[in-house]
Design a protein around this ligand. Structure first.
Ligand SMILES: Nc1nc2c(ncn2[C@@H]2O[C@H](COP(=O)(O)OP(=O)(O)OP(=O)(O)O)[C@@H](O)[C@H]2O)c(=O)[nH]1
Ligand SMILES: [Mg+2]
Length: 299
């Protein structure tokens, strides 16, 4: 490498749902950018998270968990996001968790077999492994059986081994000028991030069913003096879901709004005036046109 040269490149983070992809991105960035929850299929859209150090710009691509067995338009959209994310990147982080190797992981491995970029297998959530001596043989087995360059254990949540992971990535990035400004952290608009924060709070607050049947649209996003005014429309599929979301005397929606506002205050560094509405729009999640008008547009 020539003196003073810069490195810059793309790193896709892929894996089955819920293994901790978005948590890894946030902890590498040292900032909450991508939404996370205990529930699978939290991330729906591709999102760039950019980290610039003195000599390197890491452009991470967080992706939805690759999944099968669900056939709605929204599921096709999510899986398509993974397929496009692994094209033309410099490194792929293939994330799995604990001591598991499931058929869903195998499906991801098969998808990655078609690409040319180097693949690093990241075993996440090692903080939950009680018998640490089982980890090394597990890693060795995976290295033999899965077509990857390296295997590295981490705990994204506890920031364990992330420095080493970043170094492994860095040396694989090409010599190039930075593509983005040094202070830029994502390619997404503030509007998009605001909608995602609200979706996260709803996903975290509600039972297992509803998160998949809900989406958020920002109708107004305007700065007036020191206050950022945000109006958000929450769309659900059925009347009963609307009742659940609003809660007794509006309690639940109020709580969701409060939590979202707190996160937005930090992210946008501004006072926030947030208004939320809930509306029923049945069939949106399996309707390609409705999806596109709601921002699920990759064409
Ligand atoms: N114990 C432990 N939990 C973790 C770790 N990393 C992530 N988690 C948890 O795992 C859950 C899923 O994390 P996400 O980051 O949302 O997972 P994801 O892979 O982005 O999920 P999808 O977007 O749904 O595909 C959350 O409850 C996280 O707190 C870790 O290193 N250790
Ligand atoms: Mg995610």
């Amino acid at each position: 490498m020539t003196k003073n040269a810069h490195r810059c490149g793309y790193i896709a983070i892929v894996g089955r749902p819920n293994v901790g992809k978005s948590t890894l991105l946030n902890h590498i960035l040292g900032q909450k950018l991508s939404i996370t929850s205990r529930k699978p299929q939290t991330t729906r859209h591709k999102l760039l998270g950019i980290k610039t150090t003195e000599d390197t710009q890491f452009i991470y691509v967080d992706t939805p968990g690759l999944h099968q067995g669900q056939k709605k338009a929204i599921n096709r959209y999510m899986n398509r996001a993974v397929t496009t994310a692994i094209q033309d990147v410099d490194v792929v982080l293939f994330m799995i968790e604990k001591l598991q190797w499931l058929p869903e992981d195998e499906a991801v491995a098969q998808r990655l077999a078609e690409i040319k970029s180097p693949v690093i297998l990241v075993i996440n959530k090692v903080d939950t492994i009680d018998d640490k001596e089982t980890l090394l043989p597990h890693m060795q087995k995976l290295l033999e059986q899965v077509n990857v360059q390296e295997v590295i254990p981490v705990s994204a949540l506890n920031n364990q081994n992330l420095d080493r992971l970043e170094e492994i990535i860095r040396v694989r990035l090409p010599e190039d000028d930075f593509f983005y400004a040094e202070d830029q952290i994502t390619d997404r608009s503030s509007r998009f991030l605001a909608a995602e924060i609200i979706r996260e709070k709803i996903t975290r607050q509600l039972g297992d069913e509803l998160p998949y049947q809900m989406t958020v649209e920002i109708e107004e996003f305007t700065q007036e003096g020191k206050i950022l005014h945000i109006n958000a429309l929450i769309l659900v599929e059925r009347e009963g879901q609307k009742r659940i979301l609003i809660g007794d005397k509006g309690d639940r929606l109020k709580k969701i709004g409060q939590q979202a506002r707190e996160d937005m205050q930090v992210l946008f560094d501004s006072k926030i005036m947030l208004k939320t509405w809930v509306k029923v729009k049945s069939g949106w999640s399996d309707d390609e046109r409705a999806l596109r008008s709601l921002g699920y547009d990759d064409r």
